[in-house]
Design a protein around this ligand. Structure first.
Ligand code: SF4
Ligand code: SF4
Length: 445
C-alpha cells in the first residue's frame, strides 16, 4: 500500500481536547427501525429553503421528491419514509426556532420511488453525473450542509488540480465517519472516483487523523488499484477537519481570506460521507434521505453509530438507545466544539446532523465568565490567526467597523479560543453575535 503515507505537517494553532471516542468507535453501524413519523424542515442546508411540491394528504414513497430546490444555492428534499403528508407548517428546528417543515406519517412499509440507476458511470459524460448529484439533494454531510453540486461547478477561471477528501472527524465523541471508513471504504472510493470525474481532476488525497488507523488501512486497501488516490495520515489536532486547516496540512497551501474559497488554492474538499451520498445518487439513483450519525455521551444508556432516516425525531433515537440517565443536563446536536444545544428532543435530525450527545452535569459543566487576564491563549489557539480576545472586546463595545477590519468574518466558529480561555469567556459566542450583526448590515446595503 505505497499510497498510505504519514505526514507531520500541520496548520497553525488548534487545540487538543479529550477525544471521548472510546464509547462508540468500535461499534458497528446499526440501522434505526423505520420511524412512525418524520419532520423534514425545508431549510436544512446553506442557501434558500426548498419549496414544497406536495400538499397535505398526498401519499409519498421513500425517495420521492417532496420539495424543489429554490435557486442555485439550494437543494431538493425527499421523503425519507413511505406514508402520507399530514402537515406542512412551522415546527421546532434544531436551530432553536420554528421553521417550515413537511411532516410524513408512515404506513409501516418502505416502498421506494423507482430510481434511475447508472451502469458504468465512469464511462459517461460529466453532465448526467452532476445532474444525478443535483437531483439527489446532496449537501456536505460533514456538518457544513453546503449544497454539494455548487462545489462541483467551479467557475471557468478557477484552475483546480486536487480533490481533498476529509476523513478527519476531529470533533470529540463523533465516530460515524470512522465507522463508514472502516465498513464502507469501497463505496467511499467509488464516490471519490465519481467526484474526480465530475471535476475533471486526476488526483485525490484522503486526509485522516492518526487516531483512526483502522480507517486509514481500510481506505488505503480499497483505493489500492487507483494510483491517483492517496491516503495521508495526519496529526490528531482540532480543528484538523476545517477546510482551510486540512488544505494547509495536506498541501502546505494557504486559502486567501474571504471571499476567496478553497478553489482559489486549486482545491475542492468533500467529506467521506458525502462521497457515499454521491456514489449512491449516481450508481443507484438513491437521493439523500438517510445518514449515519453517532449517539454518545455519558447520559445515554447505549451509545451507537446509527443509520437514520432524515427527519427522525431525537425522541425516537433516544428510545432506541435505551433512554437517557436521570442526571442528563444537556443535549448537543453535532460535536461538543461546534454543535448546538437542543432546547427540546422533539426536533428532527437533518441531512448534516453528524452526532447527538447526551451529557450529564459532570460533562456539561457551565462556568461563570471572569475578566480577561491577557494571557494570549486564545490567540495561540486560533487556527485562523485572529485575536479572539480583541474581537470579543469589539463586539461588547459594538464597534462593528473595527470588528470587520480585525477579520471577524474569517472566524470559522471552531471554538478553539473559548476552549483554551482560562477566564471561561465564551469567546466564540460573542464572535458569532458580531458576525451575525456584520452580515445583517451587509444585507441592508
Ligand atoms: S476566533 Fe473563530 S476561528 Fe479563531 S479560535 Fe475562535 S472560533 Fe476558532
Ligand atoms: S484566553 Fe481568555 S483570558 Fe486569555 S487573552 Fe484570551 S480572552 Fe483573555
Amino acid at each position: 500500500m505505497a499510497h498510505l503515507v504519514r505526514s507531520s505537517k500541520t496548520f497553525y494553532g488548534g487545540v487538543h481536547p479529550a477525544e471521548y471516542k472510546g464509547a462508540s468507535e468500535h461499534l458497528p453501524i446499526e440501522i434505526l427501525p423505520l420511524p412512525h413519523k418524520v419532520v423534514l424542515p425545508l431549510s436544512q442546508h446553506l442557501g434558500a429553503p426548498s419549496a414544497p411540491c406536495v400538499k397535505v394528504s398526498d401519499t409519498v414513497k421513500t425517495g420521492q421528491k417532496i420539495a424543489d430546490a429554490a435557486g442555485f444555492i439550494s437543494v431538493p428534499l425527499h421523503a425519507s419514509i413511505t406514508g402520507t403528508v399530514t402537515a406542512i407548517g412551522a415546527f421546532p428546528h434544531p436551530n432553536g426556532r420554528r421553521m417550515e417543515a413537511i411532516v410524513i406519517e408512515g404506513n409501516g412499509t418502505d416502498e421506494k420511488e423507482p430510481a434511475m440507476s447508472m451502469h458504468d458511470p465512469l464511462s459517461l459524460d460529466n453532465s448526467p453525473l452532476k445532474q444525478a448529484v443535483i437531483a439527489a439533494g446532496i449537501v456536505g454531510l460533514g456538518g457544513a450542509a453546503f449544497p454539494t453540486h455548487v462545489k462541483l461547478s467551479p467557475p471557468k477561471e478557477k484552475t483546480l488540480d486536487l480533490l481533498i477528501i476529509n476523513g478527519c472527524e476531529c470533533e470529540p465523541y463523533l465516530t460515524c465517519d470512522n465507522r463508514i471508513m472502516i465498513e464502507q471504504a469501497d463505496r467511499i472510493v467509488e464516490g471519490i472516483r465519481l467526484l474526480k470525474k465530475i471535476l475533471c481532476l486526476k488526483k485525490a488525497v484522503v486526509g485522516i487523523e492518526n487516531n483512526k488507523p483502522e480507517a486509514a488501512q481500510s481506505l488505503a486497501k480499497a483505493s489500492a488499484a487507483d494510483p491517483e488516490i492517496s491516503v495521508i495520515v495526519i496529526k490528531t489536532k482540532y480543528p484538523q477537519g476545517g477546510e482551510k486547516q486540512l488544505i494547509k496540512s495536506l498541501t502546505g497551501r494557504e486559502v486567501p481570506p474571504p471571499p476567496a474559497l478553497p478553489m482559489d488554492a486549486g482545491v475542492v474538499v468533500h467529506n467521506v460521507a458525502t462521497c457515499i451520498a454521491v456514489r449512491d445518487a449516481v450508481v443507484d439513483g438513491t437521493p439523500c434521505y438517510q445518514r449515519v450519525l453517532t449517539v454518545s455521551g455519558d447520559a445515554i444508556a447505549t451509545p451507537k453509530n446509527l443509520l437514520v432516516r432524515n427527519g427522525t425525531l431525537l425522541s425516537d433515537i433516544i428510545a432506541f438507545c435505551g433512554g437517557t440517565a436521570p442526571n442528563l443536563k444537556k443535549v448537543v446536536i453535532g460535536g461538543p466544539m461546534m454543535g448546538i444545544a437542543a432546547v427540546t428532543i422533539d426536533v428532527p435530525v437533518l441531512k448534516a446532523t453528524s452526532g447527538l450527545l447526551f451529557l450529564s452535569e459532570k460533562c456539561a459543566i457551565s462556568y461563570a465568565e471572569s475578566s480577561c487576564i491577557r494571557c494570549g491563549s486564545c490567540v495561540r489557539a486560533c487556527p485562523m490567526g485572529l485575536a479572539p480576545s480583541t474581537l470579543c472586546g469589539l463586539v461588547k463595545k459594538r464597534r462593528w467597523d473595527s470588528l470587520k477590519e480585525e477579520g471577524a468574518l474569517e472566524c470559522i466558529e471552531c471554538g478553539s479560543c473559548a476552549y483554551s480561555c482560562p477566564a471561561r469567556i465564551p469567546l466564540v459566542q460573542y464572535i458569532k453575535i458580531g458576525k451575525a450583526e456584520l452580515n445583517a448590515r451587509a444585507r441592508k446595503k
